[in-house]
Design a protein around this ligand. Sequence first.
Ligand SMILES: [Zn+2]
Length: 454
Amino acid sequence: MRKKSNMSSMMVTTIFLAVIGGVIYLYNSVMFERDKPTITVENAGYWNLRAPLKINIDDESGLLGYKVTLHSGEESFTLADEKFVTPEGTTRLELKTPKRAYSLKNREVTVEIEARDASKWNFFSGNTAKHSVTFKIDKKRPYISTIASSYRIIKGGSAVVIFKAEDDNMEEFYVETNFGKKFKAQPFYKEGYYVTLIAWPVTEAKFRATIIATDSAGNIAKSSVPVIPYNKRYKTSHIKLSDRFLNGKVSELAYAYGVDDSADIIERFKYVNEEMRHNNEEVIHDITSKVSDNKVSSFPIKKMYPLKNGQVVAQFGDHRLYSYKGEEISEAYHLGLDLASNAMSPIKSQNPATVTFAEENGIYGNMPVLYHGLGLYTIYGHCSTLMVKEGDTLRSNETVAKTGRSGYAMGDHLHFGVLVQGIEVRPQEWMDQDWIRKSITTPMREARKLINQR
Ligand SMILES: [Zn+2]
């Protein structure tokens, strides 16, 4: 008898433990999770009733439905109402309001979001989250207008734009080009005014620039920059590659930078002329893309002549096509001006600058980079000795380095490059006082005059 009762009590205990275990298992399983869906709204503060509402809904067990409603006091608009049979994962909504809501006169509206998950909790009805956001209505576009600009921009060259940009809830503004470059502007002279240098890359066939301003309510304003594009033709050079050249400096560079030993001379050349060039230019573009936030009132830049008695040995913008044994194998654009004088001649900067880089950079050899403000940089390639280091502040006419033949250079020369926010531009313009006065300093002076009259 005792034995039997022991047996049955053991069975009861086992069943009891199994039930408890099952309950604990279910309680902790995703199927019965007790967390409400998380709802986040990307828009915040201000809204123009037109820009899409960006909503993220996330839940561990998935979503069975959501509903988004816009309340304007007297009226309500359903922006979304979805129910799912199979649970949906993380959901990102971009909701548009119906057209008739555009004309609402309210100064504030509320958006209510409700989401239900697929959990079996709450007697199989799941967890429901409710989230509501109130927006102040702002339908006014930012105000933008050009105050002054250079009269024209030459293909491969630079120009300046001074504009006004104003909005109570400004988000961002910049000058954007047809090829997708965004130029960041610096504050100019008085509050609400901005200035930026702009550039037309020699590799782009067309140029068009637009000032764009957006506010946090989603309003966008655009205004075209009235600078006239002037299409200049650049030289195309056909260069025949000799075995002597390919086995000399090219192979030396290729091996130094780790090209595969088995690579033949053509592969070695392509590696130096394409891959290395690309990586080295990326380093340059990175360093020279930065713009300060300082207020600028004038830009007293002096004409540049980095090398005294420097003879031009290669022009900016040359399109070089390389052939070997009658077959075209590679190409490149020469994005600086090559100047030669005596070997190891001193290189000087006529303008004050901050040294932002002073190291070896592949095909460019030992290469200092100077920043002159307003997004304008100069680079000096193939140097022998560097006389500056990163972080140095230079006054006018200080020696930066000595010319040499480091990197991808046959003879002692200086590769002089000028960049505007990461774009190589014609150095000739910045080496011409007359061009600087007409294209840069005069528009800036005119802008100050116009601002003072307002
Ligand atoms: Zn060069």
